[in-house]
Design a protein around this ligand. Structure first.
Ligand SMILES: NC(=O)c1ccc[n+]([C@@H]2O[C@H](COP(=O)([O-])OP(=O)(O)OC[C@H]3O[C@@H](n4cnc5c(N)ncnc54)[C@H](OP(=O)(O)O)[C@@H]3O)[C@@H](O)[C@H]2O)c1
Length: 285
């Protein structure tokens, strides 16, 4: 496993396991399979409503806590002062006394107030690193200009059809690592049958999923693919025994369509739908 060093010196595996859309009751099994396959980084969120399942898998794994890298996310809160309560609720569901990375999940609500609370929780050692998610570049820069701690990570949709090169350039300028969500584009737009990707996969005797994950990690981007299938969980982990050539990286670069396949965070719909408060995710229920 390759690690990436965050801007506060904390080491994070460059490849992890995501659990979005896995029902709580099935999450323990999926995370257990991932831990057995060798993954040590797990990405969940209060709004996924499956932190308990992640926690059960961690508890039964027998893996020392310090060998794991657990990320969870703060959902939009009724007020910034609720931030600690939301973290406490997540930690209780996870059965942990700290998380390795705590992210503001969406760029909506009182994110400046929440960040100051997160800075305080970070200084207390309740979280080893803090970051953001779904921040577009202007939002990220403004956020950094008006806060003390620079986010360690910006977790954003990143895959061959939406490559985020400009986002990465700006993040690099400030020492923020890009973490890809939807690295396989949730297999939309027939990505696994894309002729360019299939040809590269054949050249290496690898799958298209492996080529995409290798392409991301070769760009220095953290990837957190999700699967509930044992064979795919293992497949997605086996990406460090080959290297894409510059010509192959350049060929993949031509696939960029420059727009989201899921949600435009500049849009009114995003503010309406993702800015809502969820009582459980907010730690209020
Ligand atoms: N911050 C955010 O707003 C945000 C948003 C979305 C996601 N995320 C995080 O990012 C993680 C990954 O994103 P994602 O789950 O949306 O999408 P993804 O990892 O791009 O794609 C997951 C889909 O790909 C399939 N799949 C996985 N590996 C495969 C393989 N080797 N061959 C064929 N199909 C394969 C899975 O099916 P099976 O499960 O049936 O195998 C599932 O349908 C999430 O789990 C979550 O932790 C964060």
């Amino acid at each position: 496993m390759e690690n990436i060093t965050l801007n506060n010196g904390v080491e994070m595996p460059i490849l992890g396991f995501g659990v979005f859309q896995i029902p709580n009751g099935e999450t323990e099994k999926a995370v257990s399979l991932a831990l057995e396959a060798g993954y040590r980084a797990i990405d969940t969120a209060a709004i996924y409503h499956n932190e308990e399942g992640v926690g059960r898998a961690i508890a039964t794994s027998g893996i020392p806590r310090e060998e794991l890298f657990i990320t969870t996310k703060l959902w939009t809160q009724p007020s910034a002062s609720n931030t600690e309560r939301a973290l406490d609720a997540s930690l209780s569901r996870l059965g942990l006394d700290y998380v390795d990375l705590y992210l503001i999940h969406q760029p909506f609500g009182d994110i400046y107030g929440q960040w100051r609370e997160m800075e305080r929780l970070y200084s207390q050692g309740r979280v080893r690193a803090i970051g953001v998610s779904n921040f577009y570049p202007g939002r990220l820069v403004d956020f950094m200009k008006h806060n003390e701690i620079v986010p360690a990570v910006n977790q954003i949709e990143t895959h061959p059809f939406f490559q985020r090169t400009e986002d990465q350039k700006i993040a690099d300028e400030y020492g923020v690592k890009i973490e890809s969500w939807g690295p396989l584009a949730e297999v939309k737009n027939n990505i696994l049958d894309n002729p360019t990707l299939v040809a590269i996969a054949q050249e290496h005797g690898k799958s298209v999923a492996q080529v995409i994950l290798r392409w991301l990690t070769q760009r220095g981007i953290i990837a957190i693919p999700k699967s509930v299938h044992e064979s795919r969980i293992a497949e997605n982990f086996a990406i460090f025994d080959f290297t894409l050539s510059q010509a192959q990286m350049d060929a993949i670069a031509t696939l960029d369509q420059g727009t989201s396949l899921f949600v435009d965070h500049y849009s009114v719909e995003a503010a309406k739908n993702l800015g809502r408060i969820d009582d459980i995710a907010a730690g209020l229920a």
